[in-house]
Design a protein around this ligand. Structure first.
Ligand SMILES: C[S@@+](CC[C@H](N)C(=O)[O-])C[C@H]1O[C@@H](n2cnc3c(N)ncnc32)[C@H](O)[C@@H]1O
Length: 225
């Protein structure tokens, strides 16, 4: 899948959501964290405000804050309309309505956009694409991937998933991925074969049910070490 800014539907989550989806403990938050496919999430910016350092990598960081802002503004009304049309596919407890969700997502993305120019200069936002990461072996304790792997199972092949996860395991001691379902809500067709492959590579993989469910059925996280 060739990457262009037009193919991105920017929709960034908050630090509180990352902490819940990935069950991040205080020790985890103090560790060296890489966020893969972080896009316009505010996790990195919020961690920075708390005196912690996260490195995020995403191809969208090759663009300027203005260009990303324009893409957010272009796609936002369509995303909101799709949420209204398909509202039965989601659990409305954490967010009370599509408008409430949209407001919170905008707050996260604005926080990201305000931090992006400085964070880019500081090397906290690195332009780059899975399955190749420009970091040394075990440069991180934890590599996270929210709403990219497994979710785009129709668009991204099994081979892409295997290579991307092997690469994340090269640069980090532990990898956590959320969610494990594809866009349609069904389980990703790659999960079972991937767990078999990891077992053969002497890796331990654990599927954990977490206290986060917005897309119906998306309440599990894969932890690999
Ligand atoms: C749905 S967004 C998720 C954003 C963020 N992780 C969150 O949960 O709020 C998916 C992200 O994947 C990024 N992406 C697309 N292709 C990628 C690749 N090959 N490697 C890493 N990230 C990629 C997009 O730019 C986009 O920011």
């Amino acid at each position: 899948m060739a990457f262009t800014l037009d193919t991105v539907v920017p929709w960034g989550r908050s630090m509180e959501e990352y902490v819940t989806m990935f069950e991040l403990s205080e020790n985890d938050l103090d560790s060296r964290i890489l966020g893969c496919a972080d896009g316009p999430a505010s996790f990195n910016a919020e961690m920075k405000d708390l005196g912690r350092r996260v490195i995020s990598i995403d191809p969208v960081y090759a663009f300027s804050a203005e260009q990303i802002r324009e893409q957010i503004d272009r796609t936002y009304p369509t995303i909101l309309q799709e949420l209204r049309t398909n509202s039965g596919d989601y659990v409305w407890d954490r967010f009370s309505s599509p408008e409430h969700l949209g407001q919170l997502r905008m707050e996260s993305m604005n926080r990201f956009l305000a931090d992006f120019p400085r964070g880019h200069e500081d090397g906290r936002y690195v332009p780059g694409e899975l399955p190749d990461l420009p970091f040394g072996n075990e440069a991180f304790d934890l590599a996270l991937c929210s709403h990219f792997l497994f979710l785009y199972s129709e668009q991204l092949s099994a081979e892409f998933h295997f290579r991307a996860i092997a690469e994340m395991l090269r640069v980090a001691k532990e990898v956590r991925i959320f969610p494990l379902v594809a866009l349609g809500g069904g389980p990703s067709p790659y999960l079972e074969a991937l767990c078999g492959y990891l077992y053969e590579c002497d890796r331990t993989a654990e599927v954990r049910t977490v206290d986060y469910e917005f897309q119906r059925g998306a309440h599990q996280m894969l932890s690999i070490w």
